[in-house]
Design a protein around this ligand. Structure first.
Ligand code: GLY
Length: 394
Protein backbone atom coordinates (compact mmCIF):
# COMPACT_ATOMS: atom_id res chain seq x y z
CA UNK A 1 0.00 0.00 0.00
CA UNK A 2 1.29 3.46 -0.82
CA UNK A 3 2.70 5.56 2.01
CA UNK A 4 0.07 7.92 3.32
CA UNK A 5 -2.85 5.65 2.42
CA UNK A 6 -5.41 5.97 5.24
CA UNK A 7 -5.88 2.95 7.50
CA UNK A 8 -8.82 0.94 6.17
CA UNK A 9 -11.84 0.13 8.28
CA UNK A 10 -11.40 -3.55 7.49
CA UNK A 11 -8.60 -5.81 6.36
CA UNK A 12 -9.79 -9.03 4.75
CA UNK A 13 -7.10 -11.70 4.82
CA UNK A 14 -7.77 -14.34 2.19
CA UNK A 15 -9.20 -13.81 -1.27
CA UNK A 16 -11.10 -16.99 -1.95
CA UNK A 17 -14.74 -16.54 -2.84
CA UNK A 18 -15.63 -15.92 0.81
CA UNK A 19 -13.02 -13.20 1.34
CA UNK A 20 -13.82 -11.59 -2.02
CA UNK A 21 -17.51 -11.61 -1.26
CA UNK A 22 -16.92 -10.08 2.18
CA UNK A 23 -14.69 -7.39 0.67
CA UNK A 24 -17.10 -6.49 -2.11
CA UNK A 25 -20.19 -6.50 0.12
CA UNK A 26 -18.48 -4.43 2.79
CA UNK A 27 -17.15 -1.94 0.27
CA UNK A 28 -20.63 -1.53 -1.17
CA UNK A 29 -21.88 -0.86 2.37
CA UNK A 30 -19.47 2.05 2.69
CA UNK A 31 -16.68 0.26 4.57
CA UNK A 32 -13.11 1.06 3.43
CA UNK A 33 -11.58 -2.35 2.72
CA UNK A 34 -8.14 -3.77 1.98
CA UNK A 35 -7.90 -7.39 0.80
CA UNK A 36 -4.67 -9.36 1.21
CA UNK A 37 -4.02 -12.42 -0.96
CA UNK A 38 -1.18 -13.30 -3.36
CA UNK A 39 -3.61 -14.95 -5.82
CA UNK A 40 -7.23 -13.97 -5.19
CA UNK A 41 -9.91 -16.25 -6.62
CA UNK A 42 -7.69 -19.34 -6.84
CA UNK A 43 -7.44 -22.29 -4.44
CA UNK A 44 -10.66 -24.14 -3.67
CA UNK A 45 -12.69 -21.41 -5.37
CA UNK A 46 -11.00 -22.24 -8.67
CA UNK A 47 -11.27 -26.01 -8.20
CA UNK A 48 -14.99 -26.00 -7.33
CA UNK A 49 -17.74 -27.06 -9.70
CA UNK A 50 -20.07 -24.17 -8.86
CA UNK A 51 -23.08 -26.21 -7.76
CA UNK A 52 -25.62 -24.24 -5.72
CA UNK A 53 -27.04 -27.30 -4.03
CA UNK A 54 -29.06 -26.60 -0.87
CA UNK A 55 -30.96 -29.87 -1.33
CA UNK A 56 -28.46 -32.38 -2.71
CA UNK A 57 -25.75 -31.28 -0.26
CA UNK A 58 -28.01 -31.97 2.77
CA UNK A 59 -27.62 -35.34 4.39
CA UNK A 60 -28.72 -37.21 7.47
CA UNK A 61 -27.97 -35.30 10.66
CA UNK A 62 -27.59 -31.92 8.95
CA UNK A 63 -31.07 -30.52 9.51
CA UNK A 64 -29.60 -27.33 11.01
CA UNK A 65 -27.81 -26.59 7.76
CA UNK A 66 -30.99 -26.67 5.68
CA UNK A 67 -32.28 -23.20 6.58
CA UNK A 68 -28.84 -21.73 6.01
CA UNK A 69 -28.30 -23.38 2.63
CA UNK A 70 -31.79 -22.41 1.44
CA UNK A 71 -31.23 -18.80 2.51
CA UNK A 72 -27.88 -18.88 0.70
CA UNK A 73 -29.54 -20.16 -2.47
CA UNK A 74 -32.15 -17.39 -2.24
CA UNK A 75 -29.36 -14.80 -2.13
CA UNK A 76 -27.75 -15.96 -5.39
CA UNK A 77 -29.98 -14.48 -8.13
CA UNK A 78 -29.64 -10.94 -6.76
CA UNK A 79 -25.93 -11.40 -6.06
CA UNK A 80 -25.31 -12.67 -9.60
CA UNK A 81 -27.35 -9.85 -11.15
CA UNK A 82 -25.55 -7.24 -9.05
CA UNK A 83 -22.15 -8.69 -9.92
CA UNK A 84 -22.98 -8.84 -13.62
CA UNK A 85 -24.39 -5.30 -13.46
CA UNK A 86 -21.32 -3.96 -11.67
CA UNK A 87 -18.76 -5.59 -13.97
CA UNK A 88 -20.48 -6.16 -17.32
CA UNK A 89 -19.29 -9.81 -17.04
CA UNK A 90 -21.43 -12.94 -17.11
CA UNK A 91 -21.21 -15.39 -14.20
CA UNK A 92 -23.13 -18.30 -15.72
CA UNK A 93 -26.01 -18.74 -13.27
CA UNK A 94 -28.08 -21.65 -14.62
CA UNK A 95 -31.42 -22.70 -13.15
CA UNK A 96 -32.25 -25.92 -15.02
CA UNK A 97 -32.14 -27.89 -11.78
CA UNK A 98 -30.38 -31.11 -10.87
CA UNK A 99 -31.08 -34.74 -11.64
CA UNK A 100 -29.94 -37.28 -9.05
CA UNK A 101 -29.31 -40.72 -10.55
CA UNK A 102 -28.36 -44.19 -9.34
CA UNK A 103 -25.87 -46.38 -11.17
CA UNK A 104 -27.29 -49.63 -9.77
CA UNK A 105 -30.08 -50.95 -7.57
CA UNK A 106 -28.26 -50.54 -4.28
CA UNK A 107 -27.43 -46.93 -5.22
CA UNK A 108 -31.14 -46.53 -5.95
CA UNK A 109 -32.04 -47.74 -2.46
CA UNK A 110 -29.60 -45.26 -0.92
CA UNK A 111 -30.94 -42.40 -3.05
CA UNK A 112 -34.53 -43.32 -2.17
CA UNK A 113 -33.69 -43.09 1.54
CA UNK A 114 -32.08 -39.68 1.13
CA UNK A 115 -35.02 -38.54 -1.01
CA UNK A 116 -37.45 -39.54 1.75
CA UNK A 117 -35.34 -37.70 4.32
CA UNK A 118 -35.17 -34.57 2.16
CA UNK A 119 -38.91 -34.69 1.53
CA UNK A 120 -39.52 -35.03 5.29
CA UNK A 121 -37.74 -31.66 5.64
CA UNK A 122 -40.14 -30.14 3.12
CA UNK A 123 -37.53 -29.93 0.38
CA UNK A 124 -38.70 -30.10 -3.24
CA UNK A 125 -37.53 -33.52 -4.43
CA UNK A 126 -39.42 -36.01 -6.63
CA UNK A 127 -38.41 -39.67 -6.96
CA UNK A 128 -37.97 -40.88 -10.55
CA UNK A 129 -37.69 -44.23 -12.29
CA UNK A 130 -34.73 -45.00 -14.52
CA UNK A 131 -36.90 -44.40 -17.55
CA UNK A 132 -38.01 -41.01 -16.15
CA UNK A 133 -34.36 -40.06 -15.73
CA UNK A 134 -33.43 -41.05 -19.28
CA UNK A 135 -36.44 -39.25 -20.72
CA UNK A 136 -35.24 -36.09 -19.03
CA UNK A 137 -31.59 -36.67 -19.94
CA UNK A 138 -31.01 -38.87 -23.01
CA UNK A 139 -27.24 -38.71 -22.33
CA UNK A 140 -27.70 -41.05 -19.35
CA UNK A 141 -26.70 -44.70 -19.54
CA UNK A 142 -29.42 -47.29 -20.09
CA UNK A 143 -28.33 -48.92 -16.83
CA UNK A 144 -29.34 -45.92 -14.66
CA UNK A 145 -31.63 -47.44 -12.05
CA UNK A 146 -33.70 -44.42 -10.98
CA UNK A 147 -33.14 -41.21 -9.14
CA UNK A 148 -34.77 -37.92 -8.23
CA UNK A 149 -35.60 -34.55 -9.70
CA UNK A 150 -34.31 -31.58 -7.67
CA UNK A 151 -35.44 -28.42 -9.44
CA UNK A 152 -34.07 -25.99 -6.84
CA UNK A 153 -30.38 -26.97 -7.09
CA UNK A 154 -28.69 -24.69 -9.61
CA UNK A 155 -25.15 -23.74 -10.66
CA UNK A 156 -22.86 -20.82 -11.47
CA UNK A 157 -19.52 -20.79 -13.24
CA UNK A 158 -17.34 -20.38 -10.16
CA UNK A 159 -14.31 -19.28 -12.20
CA UNK A 160 -16.30 -16.51 -13.88
CA UNK A 161 -17.63 -15.50 -10.45
CA UNK A 162 -14.12 -15.36 -9.00
CA UNK A 163 -12.82 -13.22 -11.86
CA UNK A 164 -15.86 -10.94 -11.69
CA UNK A 165 -15.45 -10.49 -7.93
CA UNK A 166 -11.79 -9.52 -8.30
CA UNK A 167 -12.80 -6.95 -10.93
CA UNK A 168 -15.76 -5.74 -8.85
CA UNK A 169 -13.59 -5.31 -5.77
CA UNK A 170 -11.02 -3.28 -7.68
CA UNK A 171 -13.68 -1.18 -9.40
CA UNK A 172 -15.48 -0.51 -6.12
CA UNK A 173 -12.31 0.75 -4.44
CA UNK A 174 -11.09 -2.25 -2.44
CA UNK A 175 -7.30 -1.99 -2.09
CA UNK A 176 -5.89 -5.30 -3.32
CA UNK A 177 -2.56 -6.32 -1.78
CA UNK A 178 -1.02 -9.26 -3.68
CA UNK A 179 1.00 -10.63 -0.78
CA UNK A 180 0.77 -13.28 1.90
CA UNK A 181 -0.11 -12.19 5.43
CA UNK A 182 2.56 -13.67 7.72
CA UNK A 183 1.15 -12.79 11.14
CA UNK A 184 -1.62 -11.07 12.98
CA UNK A 185 -0.74 -7.82 14.75
CA UNK A 186 -2.21 -7.48 18.25
CA UNK A 187 -1.66 -4.39 20.46
CA UNK A 188 -0.81 -4.29 24.14
CA UNK A 189 -4.50 -4.11 25.06
CA UNK A 190 -5.13 -7.40 23.26
CA UNK A 191 -6.86 -5.94 20.22
CA UNK A 192 -6.21 -7.06 16.63
CA UNK A 193 -4.80 -4.06 14.79
CA UNK A 194 -3.79 -5.49 11.41
CA UNK A 195 -1.34 -7.92 9.88
CA UNK A 196 2.34 -8.13 9.07
CA UNK A 197 2.93 -9.12 5.45
CA UNK A 198 5.52 -11.62 4.26
CA UNK A 199 7.82 -8.72 3.23
CA UNK A 200 7.57 -7.18 6.72
CA UNK A 201 5.13 -4.41 5.83
CA UNK A 202 2.61 -3.73 8.60
CA UNK A 203 -0.96 -3.09 7.50
CA UNK A 204 -3.33 -1.63 10.07
CA UNK A 205 -7.13 -1.78 10.13
CA UNK A 206 -10.09 -1.16 12.40
CA UNK A 207 -11.16 -4.81 12.06
CA UNK A 208 -9.32 -7.84 10.69
CA UNK A 209 -11.44 -10.45 8.91
CA UNK A 210 -9.73 -13.82 8.49
CA UNK A 211 -11.09 -15.72 5.50
CA UNK A 212 -8.25 -18.21 5.35
CA UNK A 213 -9.89 -21.28 3.84
CA UNK A 214 -7.73 -24.10 5.21
CA UNK A 215 -4.59 -21.98 5.77
CA UNK A 216 -5.15 -21.09 9.43
CA UNK A 217 -1.78 -22.45 10.51
CA UNK A 218 0.01 -20.18 8.01
CA UNK A 219 -0.85 -17.03 9.99
CA UNK A 220 1.40 -16.43 13.00
CA UNK A 221 0.16 -14.65 16.09
CA UNK A 222 -3.33 -16.13 16.13
CA UNK A 223 -3.95 -17.54 19.62
CA UNK A 224 -4.53 -21.30 19.34
CA UNK A 225 -7.98 -21.28 21.03
CA UNK A 226 -9.19 -18.87 18.35
CA UNK A 227 -8.17 -21.04 15.40
CA UNK A 228 -11.41 -22.49 14.03
CA UNK A 229 -11.56 -26.31 13.91
CA UNK A 230 -11.12 -26.47 10.15
CA UNK A 231 -9.54 -29.47 8.45
CA UNK A 232 -8.58 -29.79 4.78
CA UNK A 233 -10.57 -32.20 2.62
CA UNK A 234 -8.95 -32.39 -0.78
CA UNK A 235 -11.15 -32.49 -3.85
CA UNK A 236 -10.23 -32.87 -7.52
CA UNK A 237 -12.46 -31.70 -10.37
CA UNK A 238 -12.00 -32.23 -14.08
CA UNK A 239 -13.06 -29.97 -16.92
CA UNK A 240 -14.04 -31.81 -20.09
CA UNK A 241 -15.31 -30.54 -23.41
CA UNK A 242 -17.77 -32.41 -25.60
CA UNK A 243 -16.69 -32.96 -29.21
CA UNK A 244 -18.80 -33.30 -32.32
CA UNK A 245 -22.19 -34.89 -31.72
CA UNK A 246 -21.39 -36.41 -28.31
CA UNK A 247 -24.41 -36.20 -26.00
CA UNK A 248 -24.13 -33.78 -23.08
CA UNK A 249 -26.51 -33.51 -20.09
CA UNK A 250 -28.61 -30.35 -20.14
CA UNK A 251 -28.60 -29.92 -16.35
CA UNK A 252 -26.43 -30.97 -13.43
CA UNK A 253 -26.36 -34.75 -12.97
CA UNK A 254 -25.42 -36.01 -9.52
CA UNK A 255 -24.92 -39.72 -9.39
CA UNK A 256 -24.29 -42.38 -6.85
CA UNK A 257 -22.00 -44.93 -8.47
CA UNK A 258 -21.52 -48.07 -6.39
CA UNK A 259 -21.66 -45.89 -3.27
CA UNK A 260 -19.48 -42.99 -4.52
CA UNK A 261 -20.81 -39.54 -5.36
CA UNK A 262 -20.12 -38.37 -8.91
CA UNK A 263 -21.36 -35.23 -10.59
CA UNK A 264 -21.36 -33.69 -14.05
CA UNK A 265 -22.06 -29.97 -14.30
CA UNK A 266 -22.62 -28.74 -17.87
CA UNK A 267 -21.71 -25.14 -18.66
CA UNK A 268 -23.28 -23.03 -21.39
CA UNK A 269 -19.96 -22.99 -23.32
CA UNK A 270 -19.84 -26.79 -23.74
CA UNK A 271 -17.52 -27.44 -20.78
CA UNK A 272 -18.61 -30.21 -18.41
CA UNK A 273 -17.19 -30.10 -14.89
CA UNK A 274 -16.80 -33.57 -13.37
CA UNK A 275 -16.29 -34.00 -9.64
CA UNK A 276 -15.12 -34.65 -7.14
CA UNK A 277 -12.81 -36.71 -5.01
CA UNK A 278 -13.16 -36.51 -1.23
CA UNK A 279 -9.72 -37.08 0.30
CA UNK A 280 -9.22 -36.51 4.02
CA UNK A 281 -5.84 -34.79 3.63
CA UNK A 282 -4.17 -31.45 2.93
CA UNK A 283 -0.84 -30.70 1.25
CA UNK A 284 0.36 -31.51 -1.33
CA UNK A 285 -2.53 -30.06 -3.33
CA UNK A 286 -1.94 -32.26 -6.35
CA UNK A 287 -4.00 -34.26 -8.80
CA UNK A 288 -3.18 -37.96 -8.66
CA UNK A 289 -3.65 -40.32 -11.58
CA UNK A 290 -5.97 -42.35 -9.36
CA UNK A 291 -8.20 -39.32 -8.81
CA UNK A 292 -8.54 -38.73 -12.56
CA UNK A 293 -9.17 -42.42 -13.18
CA UNK A 294 -11.88 -42.66 -10.52
CA UNK A 295 -13.66 -39.49 -11.65
CA UNK A 296 -13.72 -40.54 -15.31
CA UNK A 297 -14.73 -44.13 -14.48
CA UNK A 298 -17.76 -42.97 -12.47
CA UNK A 299 -18.75 -40.17 -14.87
CA UNK A 300 -18.74 -42.49 -17.90
CA UNK A 301 -20.79 -45.06 -15.95
CA UNK A 302 -23.53 -42.43 -15.75
CA UNK A 303 -22.97 -40.70 -19.11
CA UNK A 304 -21.20 -43.04 -21.58
CA UNK A 305 -20.51 -40.24 -24.09
CA UNK A 306 -17.93 -38.87 -21.61
CA UNK A 307 -15.53 -41.19 -23.47
CA UNK A 308 -15.75 -38.86 -26.46
CA UNK A 309 -15.08 -35.63 -24.53
CA UNK A 310 -11.63 -34.05 -24.39
CA UNK A 311 -9.93 -33.59 -21.05
CA UNK A 312 -9.19 -29.88 -20.64
CA UNK A 313 -8.16 -29.41 -17.05
CA UNK A 314 -7.73 -31.16 -13.69
CA UNK A 315 -7.59 -29.04 -10.56
CA UNK A 316 -7.25 -29.87 -6.87
CA UNK A 317 -8.43 -27.72 -3.98
CA UNK A 318 -8.88 -27.99 -0.25
CA UNK A 319 -12.40 -27.82 1.17
CA UNK A 320 -12.44 -26.25 4.65
CA UNK A 321 -14.34 -28.88 6.66
CA UNK A 322 -15.64 -28.37 10.20
CA UNK A 323 -16.86 -30.89 12.80
CA UNK A 324 -20.54 -30.23 11.95
CA UNK A 325 -20.02 -29.37 8.25
CA UNK A 326 -21.36 -25.85 8.91
CA UNK A 327 -19.45 -22.58 8.34
CA UNK A 328 -17.74 -20.53 11.05
CA UNK A 329 -18.65 -16.86 10.78
CA UNK A 330 -18.52 -14.04 13.30
CA UNK A 331 -16.42 -12.25 15.91
CA UNK A 332 -14.03 -14.26 18.06
CA UNK A 333 -12.88 -13.65 21.59
CA UNK A 334 -10.27 -11.07 20.59
CA UNK A 335 -11.49 -7.53 19.94
CA UNK A 336 -11.15 -6.38 16.35
CA UNK A 337 -11.05 -9.92 14.91
CA UNK A 338 -13.68 -11.71 12.84
CA UNK A 339 -13.50 -15.11 11.15
CA UNK A 340 -15.31 -16.22 7.99
CA UNK A 341 -14.74 -19.75 6.76
CA UNK A 342 -15.42 -23.43 7.23
CA UNK A 343 -17.77 -23.48 4.25
CA UNK A 344 -16.73 -27.06 3.41
CA UNK A 345 -18.69 -28.38 0.37
CA UNK A 346 -20.78 -25.22 0.02
CA UNK A 347 -18.31 -22.37 -0.39
CA UNK A 348 -19.72 -21.09 -3.67
CA UNK A 349 -23.30 -21.37 -2.41
CA UNK A 350 -22.61 -19.69 0.94
CA UNK A 351 -20.29 -16.88 -0.18
CA UNK A 352 -22.90 -14.17 -0.93
CA UNK A 353 -24.73 -14.76 2.37
CA UNK A 354 -21.50 -14.87 4.37
CA UNK A 355 -20.28 -11.75 2.57
CA UNK A 356 -23.46 -9.87 3.45
CA UNK A 357 -23.42 -11.11 7.07
CA UNK A 358 -19.83 -9.99 7.67
CA UNK A 359 -20.46 -6.71 5.84
CA UNK A 360 -23.38 -6.06 8.22
CA UNK A 361 -21.04 -6.73 11.12
CA UNK A 362 -18.38 -4.39 9.75
CA UNK A 363 -20.98 -1.69 9.17
CA UNK A 364 -21.92 -1.79 12.87
CA UNK A 365 -24.70 -4.40 12.82
CA UNK A 366 -24.70 -8.09 13.67
CA UNK A 367 -24.71 -11.40 11.82
CA UNK A 368 -28.39 -12.33 11.80
CA UNK A 369 -30.78 -14.82 10.19
CA UNK A 370 -29.77 -18.48 9.83
CA UNK A 371 -26.07 -17.55 9.74
CA UNK A 372 -26.27 -16.44 13.39
CA UNK A 373 -26.32 -20.12 14.47
CA UNK A 374 -22.90 -20.67 12.91
CA UNK A 375 -20.68 -18.45 15.04
CA UNK A 376 -17.23 -19.56 16.22
CA UNK A 377 -18.41 -19.75 19.83
CA UNK A 378 -20.22 -23.04 19.18
CA UNK A 379 -16.87 -24.83 19.11
CA UNK A 380 -15.46 -23.19 22.24
CA UNK A 381 -14.70 -25.50 25.17
CA UNK A 382 -17.85 -25.97 27.23
CA UNK A 383 -20.14 -24.42 24.63
CA UNK A 384 -23.42 -26.10 23.85
CA UNK A 385 -23.55 -27.35 20.29
CA UNK A 386 -26.56 -25.80 18.55
CA UNK A 387 -25.75 -27.52 15.28
CA UNK A 388 -26.13 -31.31 15.33
CA UNK A 389 -23.04 -33.35 14.61
CA UNK A 390 -22.86 -34.42 11.00
CA UNK A 391 -23.61 -37.93 9.89
CA UNK A 392 -21.44 -39.80 7.44
CA UNK A 393 -21.30 -38.44 3.91
CA UNK A 394 -22.51 -40.55 1.12
N1 GLY B 1 -19.95 -29.31 -3.36
C1 GLY B 1 -19.33 -30.32 -4.08
C2 GLY B 1 -18.06 -30.79 -3.54
O1 GLY B 1 -17.58 -30.27 -2.55
O2 GLY B 1 -17.52 -31.70 -4.10
Amino acid sequence: MAAGTPTPDALVVGGGIVGLSVAWSACRAGVRVTLVDPAPGRGATWAAAGMLAPVTEVHFGEEALVALLLAAADAWPTFAADLEGATGRRVGLRTEGTLVVAADRSDRLAIDQVTLFQRSLGLPVTALTGRDCRTREPALAASVAGGADVPGDHQVDNRLVAEALVAACSDAGVTMVAQRAASLAVDGAGRATGVVLADGTVLGAGTVVLALGTAWQSLGGLPAPLVPPVRPVLGVTLRLRARGTALVPTRTVRGLVHGSVSYLVPRADGTVVVGATVEERGEPVEVTAGAVHGLLRDARTLVPSVDEYTLVDATAGLRPGTPDNGPVVGPVDLPGLVVAGGTYRNGILLAPLVGRGVADLLAGGAVDGPLAAFGPGRFAAGAGTPVPAAGARR
